[in-house]
Design a protein around this ligand. Structure first.
Ligand code: FAD
Ligand code: DLZ
Length: 508
């Protein structure tokens, strides 16, 4: 009895138990599908990276003695749809069974769970053997309206014994060193560019283009930098531990012009395509701490992102269902200005953050949250349009992780299920955490004037127009007290300036 096993483009884990034995009756399939490459306008580097990594993975399986049927984007037999291809291949190999690893998003999960309606044999799913948590763990853990990450994170630390001492207490007596993770970079630590592996994938990029797959962003296929298999991902992990982890904590939120990577790990693509497990990354960081290679604030800050945030947003995604994507608490409806696709705006912070997103398919957390996301929220852009942009542009963007981060954390579109208050700021924050304001067309200290930084008037306008929804939030009482301190003429001038900006977003 033959079995067809599907491996999706984000399931490239060679250590999965599927591969421990070779079996001639098992045919593995990977497929480059037009449908997967087009459900959103992806960054070219993301499509290229996933296809190149899938090809690499298929070669590895063949070398290990497994049977593989690989469908390239230009294969004439490719039906470009996961389900249609599976049914066709099952027929070709006379398979009585189709098996797949649990996918990470509702759309693909639904599609695969409907396979049995058209397939006479058996269909079953196995775990992808990647995350610490199961999909629905969040439902058992959270039973209240507010999902507090910190509670979840401490629970994960205890259950998995990560940075816990013999007495069951957090290492160095503190659960969270967040207050030590917010330093701007002032030049005292050298900012060396990470050592990257270069790949030449011009031929593959050409065939993607020949197939007519549309994409966004800049692609230098001759110098492709993202890790494309487990070995390369492990090298990236080691380089991060050796070169950058010790500074990660201090400068986690810092931004510097023309320095997209700072001290970040660049591991999200490798993690989300499952080349690495979160467990091994966390364990490696713990060893670095134990060996004295990095201080607790850096190691804890890094582990919090993976054992905390990453697992938390996954649980959140599965618990809140498919309709979460329609959330729009503030009823924001504006379309994205054109500069989201060009980076050409006079606001230097945005032109830097969007520019590097288009150039590298990467931006670190604070660029995503406090530069681009902040501007989108203050400008009243449609959270669905914002979410589509984020899902497309980043190398690591998959719906399960992108949606809670964009709609919940960044756009507050769920009304506060994930975040306790909107993450918004005026120019003061940008100026404190980056060097973007120096040399900007706009003045960060001004509010209503024509050359005032747009973020300032928009910040007050946002709180003003949403006062019915936000004033009751005690964490925002300071903001509203400050607003009341402006006299009426000042308030009117601020609101007027914001209106002018909002009607001219294209030329900001
Ligand atoms: P580092 O800063 O070195 O962090 C280490 C790892 O922690 C990351 O590789 C990632 O796996 C994990 N991590 C960190 N923050 C988060 C988080 N908030 N949620 C989940 N995991 C986290 N991350 C994605 O992987 N895919 C996305 O589509 C994505 N969309 C985002 C959208 C918005 C609006 C925001 C604010 C954040 C988003 N993030 C997303 C989280 C975070 O920005 C990226 O994980 C991080 O920038 C990836 O770079 P890195 O590997 O250098 O991360
Ligand atoms: C993102 C992506 C792209 C661009 N292309 C493919 C593809 O051609 N074949 C494939 O199996 N997977 C691809 N993926 C990843 C899938 O969309 C991913 O499995 C889903 O987003 C589920 O997380």
């Amino acid at each position: 009895m033959s079995t067809l096993r599907l491996i999706l483009g984000d399931q490239l884990n060679p250590c999965h138990s599927w591969f421990t034995e070779q079996d001639d009756k098992v045919i593995y399939t990977l497929m480059e599908c037009r449908e997967e490459a087009s459900y959103v306008l992806h960054h070219g580097q993301k499509i290229l990276g996933i296809f190149a990594a899938m090809r690499d993975f298929a070669q590895r399986l063949i070398k290990e003695g497994h049977r593989v049927h690989y469908l390239t984007i230009d294969d004439a037999t490719n039906l470009h749809h996961l389900k249609d291809n599976l049914l066709q291949l099952a027929k070709l190999y006379q398979c009585q069974r189709i098996e797949y690893q649990e996918p990470d998003e509702f759309r693909v999960d639904r599609l695969l769970s409907q396979l049995h309606e058209e397939f006479a044999g058996s269909v079953s799913a196995v775990s992808a053997e990647h995350f610490y948590t199961d999909r629905l763990d969040g439902l058992h853990f959270f039973n209240k309206k507010q999902w507090l990450m910190e509670r979840f994170y401490r629970h994960m630390r205890k259950v998995h014994g990560v940075l816990i001492d013999e007495a069951g207490q957090p290492t160095e007596g503190q659960w969270n060193f967040d207050e030590q993770n917010r330093e701007p970079w002032r030049g005292d630590v050298p900012l060396d560019k990470p050592t990257l592996i270069m790949h030449d994938h011009q031929a593959l990029w050409q065939s993607i283009q020949d197939a007519g797959i549309k994409s966004m962003g800049f692609v230098d296929a001759e110098h492709y930098i993202w890790p494309l298999n487990r070995e390369e991902a492990l090298i990236y992990l080691e380089r991060f531990i050796e070169e950058r982890l010790r500074h990660f904590g201090r400068f986690q939120d810092a931004m510097v012009a023309d320095q997209p990577f700072m001290f970040h790990s660049l591991l999200s693509f490798a993690l989300n395509t499952k080349m690495l497990t979160p467990r091994e990354v966390v364990e490696r960081a713990v060893v670095a701490y134990q060996q004295g290679d990095a201080p607790i604030a850096a190691v804890e800050g890094f582990i919090r992102q993976i054992l905390g945030w990453r697992e938390y947003v996954r649980c959140f995604y599965w618990a809140h269902g498919e309709h979460y994507q329609d959330s729009n608490y503030f009823n924001h409806q504006r379309e994205l200005p054109e500069w989201f696709w060009t980076g050409k705006t006079n606001m230097r912070c945005l032109s830097q953050a969007i520019g590097q997103s288009l150039e590298q398919a990467y931006a670190h957390h604070i660029h995503r949250l406090m530069i681009i996301g902040n501007a989108a929220l203050l400008m009243g852009l449609s959270p669905q349009a914002v979410s589509q942009w984020y899902l497309g542009v980043y190398i690591d963007a998959f719906e399960w992780v992108e949606q809670p981060n964009t709609l919940g954390m960044s756009q507050f579109a769920d009304g506060g299920l994930l975040a306790t208050k909107p993450y918004v700021s005026s120019a003061a924050y940008v100026n404190r955490m980056s060097n973007y304001c120096k040399g900007c067309t706009y003045q960060f200290k001004l509010r209503e004037e024509e050359n005032a930084c747009p973020l300032n008037a928009l910040y007050w306008h946002f709180h003003y127009i949403h006062r019915d929804q936000l004033m009751k939030n005690h964490r925002l009482s300071m903001v509203y007290r400050q607003w009341q301190r402006f006299d009426e003429a000042q308030q009117q001038a601020i609101l007027q300036r914001a209106q002018t900006l909002l009607t001219n977003l294209q030329t900001c």
